[in-house]
Design a protein around this ligand. Structure first.
Ligand SMILES: Cc1cc2nc3c(=O)[nH]c(=O)nc-3n(C[C@H](O)[C@H](O)[C@H](O)COP(=O)(O)OP(=O)(O)OC[C@H]3O[C@@H](n4cnc5c(N)ncnc54)[C@H](O)[C@@H]3O)c2cc1C
Length: 395
């Protein structure tokens, strides 16, 4: 694609300069000019009121995508059970499917996983594409990519959602490459364009400082991943039935290059902050491991989990699995107590789904207070012991 300036129409008004997100447009000698930073995103074309910018984009034939229908959720199975993120995506998928007037389907791959179908129906699935084979018992990139690619080529879904888990982050890009599709990773919001029915895929960009909404106008399915904890569960439909479509699996030796010989559970108790109802989180204001230990006591007294900011993790006061935020986990507890945390946007991105946020900070202007339901301005080393004493007194 190329963009050019039509000199006899350009007024040098500068609208294109304002619209360009890359600072690639300038006005020189009263005429718009494209600089080397142009990515040909097309923002200037939309902004120009004088039809003074030409492009060959319109000349490219648009594929007919009308045959692609249905919202699909790839269902992840962990230790024989459905991963919570898949259930969250079913809730979100049901909303998108209802808006489009299309069906919600899930794709279930594995060995002997048919027993999970009733739960998928209860979580909103109208249809389950089921592929069972010994070669699918443990996740492997090539085997799962083959089966999912075949299913997509045969049934042509409109939208495909996957969890942004280690598995989803491996599978989704491979599928995207194999089928020449787009992929928006780590979406925080999904919505349907009321005009053309396309999927609006919103995610943080530029280090979390802007939210970017991405569309996929020329490929189907529209594919997005969403991190665990970002979407809420949908309502259950106990007793609901789902149509089961069985897919015959024919794996080639080339799909089974990786064999799982053994798996070993981690020695430590795995942390699942996504499922915690109460989280006490600490930041730089903890001052060190002792401050974090104080918060661990509060978390224990409330029957909750301990989490924190990236600073706390980088300082070595907390394990990586407890980092909350854009590059950590997203949480939705009933109660989130943020102690000594400034509330940077990258941290807030991970805790905004909490029902109640209590913030303790000695700086009254700390950004965390702008999202807190209860703001306690003061020293956490005075407030937290007082809370512990009150909890002890109440016990
Ligand atoms: C691409 C990118 C991704 C990132 N991802 C994440 C992420 O996933 N998660 C994340 O958390 N950060 C992330 N960050 C870092 C983020 O920008 C902030 O730097 C970080 O969240 C700040 O951590 P903090 O609040 O612990 O520290 P600070 O910002 O230094 O804040 C410390 C706060 O403690 C308060 N305080 C100090 N002493 C006390 C006391 N005794 N009592 C009460 N309050 C006290 C201070 O007033 C201050 O507000 C990311 C950054 C980038 C660029």
């Amino acid at each position: 694609m190329a963009i050019w300036v039509i000199a006899d129409k350009c007024t040098g008004c500068g609208l294109c300069v304002k619209a360009c997100p890359y600072g690639a447009m300038q006005v020189q000698d009263k005429l718009a000019a494209l600089g080397p930073r142009c990515t040909q995103c097309g923002a200037c074309l939309e902004a120009c009121k004088f039809e003074a910018l030409g492009s060959d984009l319109a000349d490219e034939p648009r594929p007919d995508l009308s045959g692609y229908r249905g919202v699909w959720v790839f269902c992840e199975v962990q230790d024989g059970a459905l991963a919570r993120v898949s259930l969250e995506l079913l809730g979100q998928g049901a909303r998108l499917a209802a808006e489009l007037g299309q069906t919600l389907a899930t794709v279930l791959l594995g060995e002997d996983v048919e027993g999970l179908v009733p739960e998928l129906a209860a979580q909103g699935a109208d249809r389950v594409y089921l592929a069972q084979d010994a070669g699918l018992a443990a996740y492997s990139t090539l085997a799962y990519t083959r089966v999912l690619s075949e299913l997509i080529a045969t049934h042509r879904p409109n939208i495909l959602l996957l969890g942004a888990t280690p598995l989803g982050r491996d599978l989704a890009p491979r599928l995207s490459r194999r089928l020449d599709l787009g992929l928006t990773a780590d979406c925080t919001e999904l919505a349907i364009d009321p005009v053309d029915g396309g999927l609006w895929q919103t995610r943080p960009a530029f280090g979390g400082n802007v939210m970017a909404t991405i569309v996929t106008p020329t490929a189907r399915p529209q594919m997005a991943t969403v991190r665990p904890g970002v979407m809420a569960l949908g309502p259950r439909r106990d007793g609901a039935q789902a149509e089961v479509v069985r897919h015959p699996v024919r794996l080639e030796p080339g799909d089974l290059l990786v064999r799982l010989l053994a798996s070993q559970a981690q020695g430590q108790r795995p942390v699942d902050l996504g499922a915690a109802r109460v989280i006490v989180a600490g930041g730089r204001g903890c001052g060190g491991p002792q401050g974090m230990e104080l918060l661990a006591q509060l978390a224990q007294a409330l029957g909750g989990e301990l989490g924190g900011t990236r600073v706390a993790v980088e300082e070595g006061w907390l394990g990586q699995a407890r980092q909350i935020g854009q590059t950590g986990v997203t949480v939705r507890p009933d109660l989130y107590i943020a102690c000594g945390i400034s509330g940077a946007i990258q941290h807030r991105a991970g805790c905004l789904g909490a029902r109640y946020i209590v913030a303790i900070n000695r700086d009254r202007r700390a950004p965390i207070f702008s999202v807190a339901d209860y703001a306690l301005a003061g020293d956490m080393f005075k407030i937290v012991p007082a809370m512990l004493a009150a909890l002890k007194g109440a016990a």
